[in-house]
Design a protein around this ligand. Structure first.
Ligand code: AVJ
Ligand code: FE
Length: 440
């Protein structure tokens, strides 16, 4: 994977080609495992038909790499509006005259062939879009992000399992429940990560008071205590909006959970199974995460608290790319890349822990933070305002750290995701925090 020292264009070209191939391999796995009727069907009004994602991936790649970088003419200008995410909301997409599966695959394949020719001839420097292969990196991350979106569609899909994967390794340790992060400044965001997206920039100093942070994400077992204690029925734990939503949506447990006798069950990619007590809780909304934290006498961490715990190295005062250091993720560090279709038990991944001893910040489950999605001080749109800026504001909450569904190339200590506080079809969990106050 790319880092700031990768400057040799031949090395960079090979790396980009590898990342493009890896993304397409994943896209293939997600779309070759079901019949055409399932590719064109809408499995949930929250999601596009899989065949839309497929052609949209090709269309964005054509737009940014062939047209903007390569200066080529549009291949099929008439289809552009169909695949513009801002022209048609997801709920409308099944009624559009979309490319059928064979044509969608063919289009993405044609684009890719031309992109590989372009890459072979590109100096990968000389303009902001080309420097360090940024536009290629952005497109690789875009495809991988849609691969996560498509995995969410698979989770929402009814019917028997289409995807399988081995369980993650179970190396969970018994650890202290929380760690203390002492007061002090740290560097949030980045100026040096070559493929960082606009909302991760610029690097800036943030001063934080001391706080305690959960060593690992909140487990299903812990969450079940909240349920059993009547947490869903007690408005004291919920914000006003959260309570209104809980009432109106009839929330009583995480999405995909059901009670069978006294046993909580969950549906996971087409299989009904007992809820595993030691796994991080998954498929909860921000409102549920926030209510749990309040019930536990705690709160969600701010985005800055999450990032300091994940990146700050107290020995050097520097912020690093990942909790374990600057090296790219390996399977020993984190549960990423859809290698396993579920999170690992809480307390896993000793090699991935941060200097403060915090585990599973990267991978496993996206973690809700208390923060609204805003640009950092000095934010500049790059290269288009529809990636981040149009979403800035109080309606969206920030999630950090990536899930088992996120590719390493689209995951780092600075990466920011966002969604509405009601959403829970995403691979979302959380951990809690509290002020350290006088004791620190
Ligand atoms: C960053 C995950 C919120 O899926 O809406 C994909 C990523 N942007 N295509 C999304 C994205 C354009 C985005 N998230
Ligand atoms: Fe997209």
């Amino acid at each position: 994977m790319l880092n700031a020292d990768t400057t040799d264009p031949a090395v960079l070209r090979e790396l980009i080609a590898g990342e493009l191939a890896a993304a397409r391999e994943r896209t293939g796995r997600l779309t070759d495992c079901v019949e055409d009727d399932e590719l064109v069907a809408q499995h949930s009004p929250l999601m596009s038909p899989l065949v839309w994602d497929l052609a949209h991936i090709g269309n964005q790649e054509e737009l940014w790499l062939l047209r903007n970088v390569g200066g080529r003419d549009p291949m099929h200008p008439e289809i552009d509006p169909l695949y513009d995410a801002f022209e048609h909301p997801r709920s409308e997409r099944p009624s559009l005259p979309l490319l059928p599966p064979k044509e969608a695959r063919g289009y993405a394949h044609d684009v890719r062939g031309r992109v590989l020719d372009l890459l072979a001839a590109s100096p990968l420097e000389g303009s902001p879009l080309l420097d360090a292969g940024f536009a290629f990196g952005m497109i690789v991350q875009h495809e991988q992000q849609h691969d996560e979106t498509m995995l969410i569609t698979h989770q929402l899909r009814k019917g028997p399992a289409a995807l399988t994967a081995p369980a993650p390794p179970d190396h969970a340790d018994r650890l202290p429940a929380e760690v203390l992060v002492p007061a002090g400044p740290f560097t949030m965001g980045t100026d040096t990560e070559p493929w960082a997206l606009d909302n991760e920039r610029p690097a800036h100093r943030v001063e934080l008071p001391a706080y305690w942070l959960d060593t690992a994400p909140v487990s299903n077992a812990a969450y079940q205590v909240f349920i059993a204690d009547g947490g869903y029925d007690d408005p004291r734990w919920w914000t006003e909006r959260g309570w209104a939503h809980r009432q109106q949506a009839g929330l009583a447990a995480p999405l995909f959970w059901s009670l069978d006798g006294g046993q909580w069950m969950r549906r996971r990619f087409g299989t009904l199974e007992p809820v595993p007590p030691r796994e991080p809780v998954l498929h909860v909304s921000w409102y549920e995460a926030d209510a749990y934290a309040r019930w536990a006498g705690r709160r969600l961490p701010t985005e800055a608290e999450w990032e300091k715990a994940a990146r700050h190295d107290p020995a050097t005062g520097r912020s690093r790319r990942f909790p374990w250091g600057d090296e790219s993720p390996t399977p020993a560090h984190a549960n990423l890349g859809q290698q396993h279709l579920q999170p690992a038990p809480v307390g896993s991944y000793p090699a991935g822990q941060s200097p403060y001893g915090v585990r599973q910040l990267i991978g496993d489950v996206w973690e809700w933070t208390s923060s609204d999605f805003h640009g950092y001080p000095g934010f500049r749109v790059w290269p288009y305002k529809e990636y981040s800026e149009v979403f800035f504001g109080p309606e969206y909450k920030v999630l950090r750290g990536g899930s088992f569904a996120v590719a390493p190339v689209a995951c780092r200590g600075t990466f920011r995701n966002w969604d509405y506080p009601v959403r829970r079809q995403i691979f979302s969990g959380f951990r809690t925090a509290r002020d350290a106050g006088e004791e620190a």
